[in-house]
Design a protein around this ligand. Structure first.
Ligand code: K7E
Ligand code: CUA
Ligand code: CA
Length: 634
């Protein structure tokens, strides 16, 4: 590629249709450093952008949004609950990181879920939440759970949607950088299990296996594992070793297949090595066969881990009729794999190729039957969409919506037309509409898009850069979640909202899917306080204290310097939203107790003096007066 053709220097080239294939050439290696940000130069000024008609998404004061949005928080480690289409943030959950407002990571109960070091402190105080997906029954959300992955520490968290709190976190062994996650939608064998029973996660970063100091500088010996977790117990079921890495994950509606797109089939350790091939892959997993292999003992284990590991590498899976995995070639460094709501296709975006690859799931099963020669024969369309395609959503009427990171656009395209065009039909009209978004979109999702009930109403686009869209707040800008009306032929941008960096992914479900609880049940907590009191065993002191607005059950209590104190608090209030906070100065304790809930903390009383335990959550006209005295004797 000559200098002038470098779109980094010459951004208008991005509009030139003949050059759109440029990312598909080996010359890309030369662009490596700056290439992926070229699109920034092509951003339009807001006044040139498609007209914004705010009324369409406006929710009147006092009105409820018709949809819940469940948003990941990226390196904030959180999950957020939004109302859609207003884009209003309703709740934030710490999940992988401490959050004083909710007491997440500060109470004994939350620490037990998050994991601790031998000294009782949190194992990790950072997280990187990427992908959120809900549990299924009968092909749609059942509103029971959502799962989210932590890329940095390879954890999978489950969120109970009735209380919108995390209730379990699984530390996936043997892996680094788990990225794609998806629950299955039904059991592959048992027709009675038409609901989620497993959660799959793909490993993005290949490492030595086990990663214990062996094979340090020999990437050819590194490996990646696809992991399966039991959705109910959250225990590991099995892992499957693959060639190459794994990025995003998708599952089929019949429960038979799971898949991950792969951008580094080269097994490269450096960026330019990861881009050397024109095709990477989408690797499919035959769930039933893998579980049969585990049952029959055809597995190994890695290091100290007892989790069965089956071999899904190409060499061991040459016979399609016995294969556990199928590698479908996809151009080039693809990103994103999404299941169409009709259950027929998985779509991988090309990222460095301007295409999306449509893979027919019935043909993948045919390949596993030995009825196809090559895995590539499962590809039924590969339309050219624009530069930097990443993620795809659906409207349930046969259209797909793909983000174009470099073009700063969403492209709406007709999947069946793309299939016709692939077969040679020159009249097929594949691209239906294009819309500029602001700017550089990553994830995209539509209302109910990941279910068979995709309703084609709202499309949300997670724009990675907001640039000039909001009041400037210093070098770091918020991200921009844009909301698009997709009920018509043309997309209509109707709303945008700044969000704290950086959500990666989100799902949008009708609000009737989720039934939330108003208050907890006292009996759910075995340690619920029935009577206010202080119990001492040696230097271990347990303080049992109730709260009922505007009083704590103990006006004061005395302990001795050096005591190990466990404070157990039960909130006896029975009114929803009547939450109390427990804050203890100089002891780094600050958490809330919801109505009829019990929480506890354990700490060392090492500073003699008087400490006012005060209510930190506004609860009552006498909220400021709601205090208890902790007296630490010397
Ligand atoms: Cu889902 Cu951001 Cu982890 Cu794509 S990734 S953009
Ligand atoms: Cu109790 Cu404020
Ligand atoms: Ca590659």
């Amino acid at each position: 590629m000559s200098k002038d053709n470098n779109p980094n220097k010459n951004p208008e080239l991005l509009q030139d249709a003949d050059r759109r294939k440029f990312l598909n050439t080996a010359a890309l290696a030369g662009l490596a450093g700056a290439g992926l940000s070229v699109g920034l130069a092509g951003c339009k000024k807001p006044e040139e952008a498609v007209a914004v008609k705010a009324a369409d998404a406006h929710i009147e004061p006092g009105q409820l949004d018709p949809y819940y949005g469940i948003w990941s928080g990226g390196h904030s480690g959180e999950v957020r609950i939004l109302g859609i289409p207003s884009g209003r943030q309703i709740k934030k959950l710490g999940v992988f990181v401490p959050d004083a407002m909710s007491g997440w990571g500060i109470t004994n109960e939350s620490k037990k879920i998050m994991g601790t070091k031998p000294d009782g402190s949190l194992l990790y105080t950072t997280g990187d939440s990427h992908h959120v997906h809900g549990s299924y029954a009968n092909g749609t959300y059942d509103g029971k759970y959502a799962w989210v992955n932590d890329k940095i520490h390879s954890r999978v968290a489950r969120i109970r949607l009735d209380v919108m709190e995390c209730d379990k976190i699984t530390h996936v062994p043997n892996v680094q950088g788990i990225h794609g996650i998806f629950p299955d939608k039904r059991d592959p064998v048992d027709p009675n299990l038409n609901r989620t029973t497993r959660v799959f996660v793909g490993m993005e970063f290949h490492t030595p296996l086990p990663n214990d100091g062996r094979d340090l500088d020999d990437p050819s010996k590194y490996g990646c594992l696809f992991s399966c977790i039991d959705a109910e117990t959250m225990e590991m079921r099995w892992q499957c070793r693959v060639d190459g890495n794994m990025d995003l994950t998708a599952t089929s509606f019949d429960g038979k297949l799971a898949a991950c797109n792969q951008y580094n089939t080269e097994n490269g350790a450096h960026l330019e090595d990861m881009m050397s091939l024109e095709h990477d892959a989408c690797v499919f997993f035959h769930v039933e066969r893998i579980e049969r292999a585990v049952k029959e003992g055809r597995f190994t284990t890695i290091g100290d881990s007892k989790v069965p590991v089956v071999d899904g590498r190409k060499e061991a899976n040459k016979d399609p009729r016995a294969a556990l995995t199928c590698y479908v070639p996809v151009p080039k460094n693809p990103h994103g794999v999404n299941a169409s709501p009709d259950g027929k296709y998985f779509i991988c975006s090309g990222k460095l190729s301007p295409t999306a690859t449509v893979i027919d799931l019935a043909l993948v099963l045919k390949w596993y039957n030995g009825d196809l020669k090559e895995p590539r024969e499962t590809v039924v369309a590969e339309p050219e969409l624009g530069l930097g395609p990443l993620h795809t959503a659906f409207d349930g009427r046969g259209n797909a919506f793909t983000t174009l990171f470099l073009d700063s656009q969403v492209v709406k395209w007709d999947v069946e037309a793309a299939i016709k065009a692939f077969k040679g039909d020159k009249a097929a009209k594949v691209v239906v509409d294009r819309l500029d978004v602001h700017y550089q979109p990553g994830h995209i999702n539509a209302s109910m898009s990941e279910t068979m009930e995709a309703d084609g109403k709202w499309l949300c686009v997670g724009c990675k850069f907001s640039k000039d869209r909001f009041l400037p707040v210093g070098p770091l800008h918020p991200e921009n979640e844009q909301i698009i009306d997709i009920t018509g032929e043309k997309m209509k941008l109707v709303h945008e909202a700044p969000v704290h960096p950086e959500p990666h992914d989100f799902i949008i479900m009708t609000r009737d899917k989720i039934k939330t609880r108003q208050i907890y049940d006292l009996d759910e907590f075995p340690n619920a306080v029935k009577e206010d009191r202080v119990e001492r065993k040696g230097n271990k002191v347990t303080v049992y204290m109730t709260s009922q607005a505007p009083n704590f059950g103990l006006r004061e209590f005395k302990i001795k310097r050096g005591d190990e104190v466990t404070l157990v608090v039960t909130n006896l209030d029975k009114v929803e939203d009547l939450t109390h906070g427990i804050a203890i100065p100089k002891h780094d304790i600050n958490f809330i107790v919801n109505p009829q809930e019990t929480k506890s903390v354990t700490f060392k009383a090492d500073k003699p003096g008087v400490y006012w335990i005060y209510c930190s959550h506004f609860c009552h006209a006498l909220h400021l007066e709601m205090r208890s005295r902790m007296i630490v004797e010397r």
